[in-house]
Design a protein around this ligand. Structure first.
Ligand SMILES: [Zn+2]
Length: 85
C-alpha cells in the first residue's frame, strides 16, 4: 500500500480541526485588524487586510492544492473534494 499523500493528510487534518470552529466576528475586532473569512474547502481562515480590494476564494494552502490538480470543487454532490491519489 503506498504511503498516504502528506498534502492530503494535512488537508484532511485542517478540515477536521476547523469544521466546528466558530467564525470570527469581523465587526467586533478593533479598527485596523485583518478580516477573517472561512475557506470553503478546509474551513480554515482566509485572512485579508481590513481594506482589502480582493479576497481569495480559498485559503493559500487550498489554492496551492488546486493549482497542483489535487483538489477541485465538484458541483455534484457538491463541495471540495480531493482528486489526487
Ligand atoms: Zn483551505
Amino acid at each position: 500500500m503506498p504511503a498516504a499523500d502528506p498534502y492530503k493528510l494535512a488537508w484532511e487534518a485542517r478540515r477536521e480541526a476547523n469544521r466546528d470552529k466558530v467564525p470570527v466576528d469581523n465587526a467586533s475586532l478593533q479598527a485596523g485588524s485583518p478580516c477573517y473569512f472561512r475557506c470553503p474547502s478546509c474551513y480554515g481562515d482566509i485572512i485579508v487586510t481590513e481594506t482589502y480590494l480582493t479576497k481569495p476564494k480559498l485559503c493559500y494552502d487550498c489554492l496551492e492544492l488546486v493549482s497542483r490538480g489535487l483538489l477541485r470543487n465538484h458541483p455534484h454532490p457538491g463541495g471540495w473534494q480531493w482528486t489526487g491519489k
